[in-house]
Design a protein around this ligand. Structure first.
Ligand code: A3P
Length: 319
C-alpha cells in the first residue's frame, strides 16, 4: 500500500520530479539529494508536502533527530512525561508496555509520504510528533513558530553510523560497512550530511534556547532521571513536589530504559514503518557509547572525526 500512496504523492509534486534528483544507494536505501539533504527516495514527497501543507497547532512539540541517534528513547521519554497524568509511569497498564514508542509518536516524514497526514488532525493538543528532516528543510511555520517547541537529539556520528548499518542490514540488502562508511565521509547517508543535520539544530538552539532543546545521547545515558526533569521543564510541565516525592521522574526513566522497553510485550511482536517494516525489536540493541570501536579501525575513526570536526569548525559544537 505504501508504494501506491507514494506514486500519487510523486504525481502531485510533478513540478519537482523526484526521479531526476541526484541519487545514491546507501545501506540498501535509494537516497535523493533534495535541498542539500540526502533523503530516502520514498520520503521526498512527504518532505515536500510537509513544507507546503503542514499546519502547526499552538503547543505542538516536534522531536527531531538523525536516524539511530536515540529517537525511540526520546519518543518514549517525552510521551511518558507528557502523558503522565493519564498514564502514571509505574502503572502496569502503561501504553509503552504494549506499544512501540514509534506507535505513540507519529513520524511526519513517512506519514505525509503515505498520504496519511489526516491522522495528525485526530491527535489531541499538545501534539507530540517526530521528524528526521534537517532544520533548514522545516517549513518556517514550524522553525520560526513561537508556539511550537523542538527537541533534538544527536549522538557521536561514529556510533550513529554503526547503529545504522546494523539496523539496516536486519531487513535491507546492505553493503559492507566500509562501503557505507565511504559514502558517509562524503555526507551521503540517510538524512545527511550528518554534520549539517546537527549544525542546523545546534544553531537554532543557540538562537532560541526556549524553543529548541539540544540533547546528546551520551549525556542522556549519564543521567536519565536528570534528562526526564530537563525535558519536563523545557516542555513547561515540571514535576510537582508531590510527583518528585513519589519518584515520578525515576519511574519514567525506568519505564523508558532500554532494558524495560526491550522486554515489553509490544516490542517483541509487530513491526513499524509505512514503507520498510522494521520489527519492533530491531530498535533496541546495545545502547552504549563507543561501540564503533568494534566496526571501525582507528584510522577510519580518525578520518571521520577530522571530517566532522572540519565541517563543524566555528560552530562551537564538537563530538
Ligand atoms: P545502538 O544500535 O548503538 O544500540 P533510534 O531510536 O534513533 O533508531 O536509535 C537507535 C539506537 O538507540 C540504538 O543504538 C538503540 O539500541 C538505542 N536505544 C533504543 N532505545 C533505547 C533506550 N530506551 N535507551 C537507550 N538507548 C536506546
Amino acid at each position: 500500500d505504501g508504494d501506491g500512496d507514494h506514486v500519487s504523492a510523486t504525481e502531485e509534486y510533478g513540478d519537482i520530479l523526484v526521479s531526476t534528483l541526484p541519487s545514491v544507494t546507501s545501506h540498501g536505501v535509494l537516497l535523493r539529494q533534495y535541498q542539500g539533504a540526502w533523503l530516502a527516495h520514498h520520503r521526498v514527497p512527504g518532505v515536500i508536502s510537509i513544507q507546503r501543507r503542514f499546519e502547526p497547532r499552538r503547543g505542538d512539540v516536534l522531536l527531531a533527530s538523525s536516524p539511530k541517534c536515540g529517537t525511540t528513547w526520546l519518543k518514549a521519554l517525552c510521551f511518558a512525561t507528557m502523558a503522565r497524568a493519564a498514564y502514571p509511569a509505574g502503572a502496569a497498564e502503561h501504553p509503552l508496555h504494549r506499544l512501540n514508542p514509534h506507535e505513540c509518536v507519529p513520524f511526519l516524514d513517512d506519514l505525509f509520504s503515505a498520504g496519511q497526514e489526516g491522522k495528525l488532525e485526530a491527535l489531541p493538543s499538545p501534539r507530540l510528533m517526530h521528524t528526521h528532516m534537517q532544520h533548514h528543510l522545516l517549513p518556517s511555520s514550524v522553525a520560526n513558530n513561537p508556539d511550537c517547541k523542538i527537541i533534538y537529539v544527536c549522538r557521536d556520528p561514529k556510533d550513529m553510523l554503526v547503529s545504522l548499518w546494523l539496523f539496516a542490514r536486519t531487513i535491507l540488502p546492505c553493503e559492507d560497512f566500509s562501503e557505507m562508511f565511504e559514502s558517509a565521509c562524503q555526507g551521503k547517508v540517510i538524512d545527511g550530511p550528518i554534520w549539517d543535520h546537527v549544525a542546523g539544530y545546534w544553531r537554532a538552539s543557540k538562537a532560541s534556547p526556549e524553543r529548541v532543546m539540544f540533547l546528546r545521547y551520551e549525556q542522556m545515558l549519564l543521567d536519565p532521571v536528570a534528562t526526564v526533569r530537563a525535558l519536563a521543564g523545557f516542555l513547561g510541565v515540571s514535576f510537582f513536589p508531590a510527583e518528585e516525592a513519589a519518584g515520578s521522574p525515576a519511574d519514567i526513566a525506568k519505564l523508558c530504559s532500554l532494558e524495560t522497553l526491550k522486554g515489553a510485550t509490544g516490542n517483541n511482536t509487530g513491526s513499524t514503518g509505512a514503507f520498510f517494516k522494521f520489527p519492533h525489536q530491531t530498535y533496541f540493541r546495545k545502547g552504549v557509547v563507543g561501540d564503533w570501536v568494534n566496526y571501525m579501525t582507528p584510522e577510519m575513526a580518525q578520518r571521520f572525526d577530522s571530517i566532522v570536526q572540519d565541517k563543524l569548525r566555528g560552530s562551537g559544537l564538537t563530538f
